[in-house]
Design a protein around this ligand. Structure first.
Ligand code: ATP
Length: 476
């Protein structure tokens, strides 16, 4: 049973130290969140799993870590300055800010122009039902900043942006990576990092925030590769990866983005959707994008290249000093590689993983317990070492020594802040796969009890065998 709604996860996340509302001591900052001691571990584990899977386990992908602030020209030639807009609408009555493309249109008018419908007063504000809405106006979602100490606020020569995607940092490094690593197309470049979008309507916890983290990979292929089929292949790879993180397949769904909704660079995009809103009665409204896989053509490499020309032979980019084309030794041809891009969000993955791992179980006393059935590879803590009696120095000493001996091989913690029942419940709720209990008997037989999070079954294990035992079971 996954979490019944996002709110269940919001309260668990705060109570147990995964995610806190940001700037809370000053009343918060809309839709900004801070990751606590367990949240940072979970995020790191998701990122490590991805990096291992995409960079280490394959032989055709390199990693990079590019700057967040790039030359402004990057965003001019990528098309973001001109097109990275959301259509913004204001309700004149209740002052709510809305996205025109997310407004509910009258059924008979589906497909009509939203601006026309707003003018005809046929669209209602979802907050107060008023039809007094402003016409949509383009709102650029890139955060602006100024570079340099002397720069005045509106100096256009000092204008810079916080990146709204990590992808451009990969494209502008295509040639650097290809030549330094002596790569032949096809190959990919992966990057994990923060991106920033001044979202008009952020919300739903960590699903849509203005600062978030992406795991993007640009896979460079030949111009005559089977691009559309490659999109399907990457969709399949990612479905398997998400399932490997413990996400149930019936909570995943594909969405083929209709041609009129494609981003300016995309010829085809398939979104992998997760059921973030299981409580909504209408099944189509239960889904939101977890990640997207796009065929970006050769748009980006051409746009950033000094020699690329348009149909009339005019240079596309008079500012670039590099030509990002590739020379294929085998065919003696020069071309701009085409790109398949799987773009996933760390935060949306973390939310999906938390929702899917959530379960409830009733104990012998009829009390409801929450168990977070996280995949062991994602669990923030792999083993909690608990002394049965915290006033017995020998037991405490032994438990602390076991914690220290396990730490080099797996993330372990020592906890004596409550009775054993409470300690077990707390570890279940944060997804710790194993609790190791040190009791009076342990002092004599050098053995401990290992309790399984999901079954609550207990095994007696010799301390000398403990590390190997836990490591094997964590792999199951
Ligand atoms: P949406 O349609 O939900 O705004 P998008 O299609 O604009 O998303 P992409 O540009 O494809 O998103 O970005 C790739 C991934 O980055 C998304 O699938 C998502 O996981 C993550 N992402 C994008 N915007 C946000 C955000 N505001 N907050 C958290 N994650 C985000």
């Amino acid at each position: 049973m996954p979490a019944p709604n996002i709110d269940t996860i919001v309260s668990l996340a705060k109570r147990r130290g995964f995610v806190f509302p940001s700037s809370e001591v000053y009343g918060g900052l809309g839709s900004a969140w801070d990751y606590g001691p367990l949240g940072v571990e979970l995020c790191n584990n998701v990122k490590q799993e991805w990096w291992r899977w995409i960079v280490y386990e394959r032989d055709d992908i390199e990693g990079v870590d590019s700057s967040i602030i790039l030359n402004r020209l990057v965003w001019q030639y990528s098309g973001h300055e001109a097109t990275f807009h959301d259509p913004l609408v204001d309700c004149r009555d209740c002052k709510t800010r809305l996205r025109a493309d997310k407004l509910e249109l009258p059924v008979e008018a589906t497909g009509s122009d939203v601006a026309d419908l707003i003018r005809q007063k046929r669209v209602k504000c979802p907050n107060c039902e008023s039809t007094d809405l402003t016409e949509p106006r383009a709102f650029n979602m890139m955060f602006r900043t100024t570079l340099g100490a002397a720069a005045v606020e509106d100096d256009p020569t000092a204008l810079a942006y916080l990146r709204p995607e990590t992808a451009q940092g990969i494209f502008i490094n295509f040639l650097n990576v290809q030549t330094a690593m002596r790569r032949k197309v096809p190959f990919g470049i992966a990057q994990i990092g923060k991106s920033f979008r001044n979202e008009v309507t952020p919300g739903n916890f960590i699903l849509r925030t203005r600062e978030f983290e992406q795991m993007e990979m640009e896979y460079f292929v030949k111009p005559d590769a089977e691009h559309l089929k490659l999109v399907d292949e990457w969709v399949e790879h990612y479905l398997e990866w998400f399932k490997g993180l413990g996400i149930r397949s019936d909570n995943l769904q594909l969405h083929e983005v209709p041609p009129d909704e494609l981003a300016h660079y995309s010829k085809r995009t398939v979104d992998i959707m997760y059921r973030y809103f299981p409580e909504r009665p209408e099944e189509p409204r239960q889904w939101e994008e977890l990640m997207g896989i796009a065929y970006r053509t050769d748009f980006d490499l051409r746009s950033h290249s000094s020699k690329a020309v348009d149909e009339e032979g005019a240079r596309l980019n008079p500012d670039s000093t590099e030509d990002l084309s590739y020379f294929d030794e085998a065919t003696k041809q020069r071309f701009y590689p085409h790109v398949i891009e799987p773009a996933a969000g760390v935060n949306r993955t973390v939310l999906a993983v938390l929702m899917d791992a959530y379960s409830e179980k009733t104990n012998d006393k009829g009390e409801m317990r929450v168990i977070l059935k996280l995949s062991p590879k994602l669990a923030p803590i792999k083993a909690a070492i608990l002394p049965l009696a915290k006033n017995k120095p020998e037991i405490v000493g032994m438990a602390k020594a076991i914690k220290r001996s396990l730490q080099p091989v797996l993330r372990a913690v020592y906890d004596d802040t409550g009775g054993i029942g409470k300690l077990y419940a707390r570890q279940d709720e944060i997804g710790t796969p194993f609790c190791v209990t040190v009791d009076h008997q342990s002092l004599e037989d050098e053995a401990v009890t290992v309790r399984d999070r999901d079954t609550w079954e207990q095994d007696r294990i010799k301390v000398g065998d403990l590390a190997e035992h836990l490591q094997n079971r964590l792999k199951e």
